[in-house]
Write a protein that binds this ligand. Structure first.
Ligand code: ZN
Length: 148
C-alpha cells in the first residue's frame, strides 16, 4: 500500500515539475478561467474542438502541486475525446476523488488514479477538481468558474 502511495506521489510530483500541455493555445476556440479561492489556485484553460472532439488543449496558471498535476493529467486524458466522453470522464473522476467507486467502463480513469488519494484530504478535492470544472465551463461556453 505504501509503495502504491509513493508511486502516486511520484506521478503528482513529476507532473507538477514537468506539466504536459502547459502554455497558450493560439488557435483555441474555447477558453475558461478557473479559480479555487480555498487554496488560491488559478487556471486558464484553452481548447480547440474539431468535429466535436477535443483536438488540442493547453493550460497555464498558478496553483498548488495537486491542481497543477491534475491539470496536466486532465489535458492528457481528454485529448481526442468527444465532449460527451470528456463529461463522462469528469463524472468518473469526481466519483473517484470523492470516494465513490468509479464506474467499470472508465479505463481512462486508471491514468488519473494517482489523484484518487486526495479523497483522504477533502480540502484538496477542489484542487484536483479545478481543472475538470474549468474544462466543463469551457465546453459549456462559460468563461469563468469558481469551485466555491
Ligand atoms: Zn490547490
Amino acid at each position: 500500500m505504501s509503495d502504491v502511495r509513493e508511486l502516486y506521489q511520484e506521478v503528482i510530483l513529476h507532473h507538477n515539475r514537468a506539466p504536459r500541455n502547459f502554455g497558450e493555445l493560439e488557435d483555441a476556440d474555447r477558453s475558461a478561467e478557473g479559480h479555487n479561492p480555498l487554496c488560491g489556485d488559478r487556471l486558464h484553460l484553452d481548447l480547440r474542438l474539431e468535429d466535436g472532439r477535443v483536438a488540442d488543449v493547453r493550460f497555464r496558471g498558478e496553483g498548488c502541486a495537486i491542481s497543477k498535476a491534475s491539470s496536466s493529467l486532465m489535458t492528457e486524458a481528454v485529448k481526442g475525446l468527444s465532449e460527451e466522453e470528456a463529461r463522462k470522464l469528469l463524472a468518473a473522476f469526481h466519483a473517484a476523488v470523492t470516494g465513490v467507486d468509479p464506474p467499470a467502463d472508465a479505463p481512462e480513469l486508471r491514468k488519473l488514479a494517482a489523484l484518487a488519494g486526495v479523497r483522504e484530504f477533502p480540502a484538496r478535492v477542489k484542487c484536483a477538481m479545478l481543472a475538470w470544472r474549468t474544462l466543463e465551463a469551457a465546453l459549456k461556453g462559460e468563461d469563468e468558474v469558481t469551485t466555491e
